[in-house]
Design a protein around this ligand. Structure first.
Ligand code: NAD
Length: 499
């Protein structure tokens, strides 16, 4: 039977049918100075669905200038927090109102199932905006300091222009989570979305206009990393930087920021581990991990790709997980029932297939053979099937971030053994522990060198729970926590002698 395709909203058709989508700078839609364009590909069909203006260094310069002007005007930075919160709430309401449109654009751009973009990605954007808007209203700006002989207080001030560079896997969700605290604190922002997936970030610009956010407070400049991204990271006009992406690019962004003494927050890659003990509910753990592996076709920084299974349940667990993964319905993101879409690009597909080959060349045993798959009617799409490998912890697939639906299974004997295996990784983003014994779960979790631990689940991101990577997975404060708002203020002191 032919799968039903979600009917595309007329607004989506009209958005994508323009000759090209311009950049959003200083509250206006504008072409790039060079007039260059980027093609945007629907990875489910492997064909172009839109063109966007490709920003370069001068366009980033214009956007930073616009954001600086907006900050200096003070109509945003000096606005009372509750008035600013009203505007941010209005923006959140508009995101909700356009949820269907945004979810469809996100699915076509990234390839993810509409159920994921509609139920998971887009709602997180409005939730983040509201969370930080509300928090900012209740955050004390002035704190008296008890100091002998003086009257003194600290005063929280926004930084100024904050730069944001995002990857392609959760484009609008990461944008929302990222910029909400910066905006709520009174900063202005310049966003550089990933070149593969700029569409929802640009559509967000339309909502920014409708919400009445003052011109220049939010600017969106799509473009290549080596041009627009590098220009933003090395701009002398920004006062704070936030980068989400690979450790390799994160290093060059941090170097550029270091040269200008600009503080930077890095949210980088991961090689998450799941530690599954033998007392677990085997069916639900296997299902939980196969769902985690196929979420966004495995292109999830925090997902679990190293599966450590206690040795006496290893075979049963693998059988169950393999059967769950074989049942996953692969298809175009807009087709009903699709559980896993394509990878985002041919480049990403080549990367995943390359890792499978290297892993097998290094001696990994294949428990579920993954690889390229042709989907009827979508033969040019970038589809792969999930794979499960097993073998030595020194195998390349056990160590490096593949960023696709590939799990690597390793057995362990006891708690100490599991902790040692997990902590071999330089990455430290997100792990999970699966057991009915909550004391054991917490004990093991606290022994892992990682920023985020889950127990009997994986990939959840409740608002308010800090999401921050350690070591090769990043530094600088993370996202999603209440403290993240404070990262976008700097403390100023005011002191006078007591008379
Ligand atoms: P990437 O590092 O290749 O690109 C990320 C962004 O950086 C893109 O916008 C790109 O254009 C830009 N960029 C590239 N070169 C640049 C340069 N020289 N200077 C400035 N900017 C540059 O990463 P990707 O392939 O888009 O995303 C995948 C990576 O992102 C994975 O490692 C994944 O784990 C990570 N990620 C981390 C988180 C997190 O919260 N920790 C979330 C999502 C993705």
């Amino acid at each position: 039977m032919q799968a039903q395709t979600t009917s595309v909203e007329p607004e989506v058709t009209s958005y994508l049918s323009s000759d090209h989508i311009q950049m959003f700078v200083g509250g206006k839609w504008t072409d790039s100075d060079s007039g260059e364009m980027l093609d945007v590909i629907d990875p489910g069909f492997g064909r172009r669905i839109a063109r966007v203006s490709a920003g370069g260094a001068s366009d980033i310069g214009r956007a930073v200038d616009a954001a600086q002007d907006a900050f200096r005007r003070g109509s945003w930075a000096k606005m009372p927090a509750n008035d600013r919160a009203v505007i941010i709430h209005r923006l959140a309401d508009l995101v909700d109102k356009h949820r269907r449109v945004l979810a469809q654009i996100e699915s076509m751009d990234v390839g993810k199932p509409i159920s994921q973009s509609y139920n998971y990605d887009i709602p997180k954007v409005s939730e983040s905006l509201r969370f930080y808007a509300d928090l900012s209203v209740h955050t004390r700006r002035r704190e008296p300091i008890a100091v002998s002989g003086y009257e003194s207080y600290t005063n929280k001030q926004p930084y100024g222009v904050c730069g944001f560079i995002f990857p392609w896997n959760f484009p609008l969700q990461l944008l929302g989570i990222g910029i909400a605290p910066a905006l709520a604190a009174g900063n202005t922002v310049v966003v550089k979305p990933a070149e593969d997936t700029p569409l929802t970030s640009l559509y967000f610009g339309k909502l920014v206009q409708q919400a009445g956010v003052p011109d220049g407070v939010i600017n969106v400049v799509p473009g290549l990393g080596r041009t627009a991204g590098a220009a933003l990271a090395s701009s002398k006009g920004i006062r704070r930087m936030s980068f989400t992406g690979s450790p390799e690019t994160g290093r060059s962004v941090a170097e550029a920021c270091g040269r200008n003494l600009v503080p930077v927050k890095l949210e980088l890659g991961g090689k998450g581990a799941a530690v599954v003990f033998d007392d677990v509910d085997l069916a639900s753990a296997a299902k939980g991990l196969s769902n985690a592996l196929t979420l966004n076709a495995g292109q999830v920084c925090c997902t679990a790709t190293r599966w450590l299974i206690q040795e006496d349940i290893l075979d049963k667990f693998v059988d169950q997980a393999v059967s769950d993964l074989q049942a996953v319905k692969i298809g175009h993101g807009l087709e009903s029932g699709t559980e896993m879409g394509p990878l985002v690009s041919q480049k990403q597909k080549d990367r995943v297939l390359g890792y499978l080959k290297k892993g097998e060349d290094e001696g990994a045993k294949t428990l579920l053979s993954g690889g390229a798959v042709s989907i009827k009617g979508h033969e040019s799409g970038f589809y792969v099937t999930p794979a499960v490998l097993a073998g030595s912890p020194d195998n390349i697939c056990a160590k490096e971030e593949i960023f696709g639906p590939v799990a690597y299974v390793m057995p362990f004997r006891n708690e100490d053994d599991a902790i040692e295996l997990v902590n071999r990784s330089d990455y430290g983003l997100a792990n999970s522990v699966w057991t009915k014994d909550i004391d054991k779960a917490n004990r093991v979790a606290e022994s892992l060198v990682v920023g985020i631990n889950y127990v009997n689940t994986h990939n959840d991101i409740p608002m308010g729970v800090p999401f921050n990577g350690w070591n090769r997975s990043g530094f600088g404060g993370g996202v999603l926590g209440a403290d993240t708002l404070l990262d976008y203020f700097r403390n100023q002191s005011v002191t006078r002698p007591r008379t």
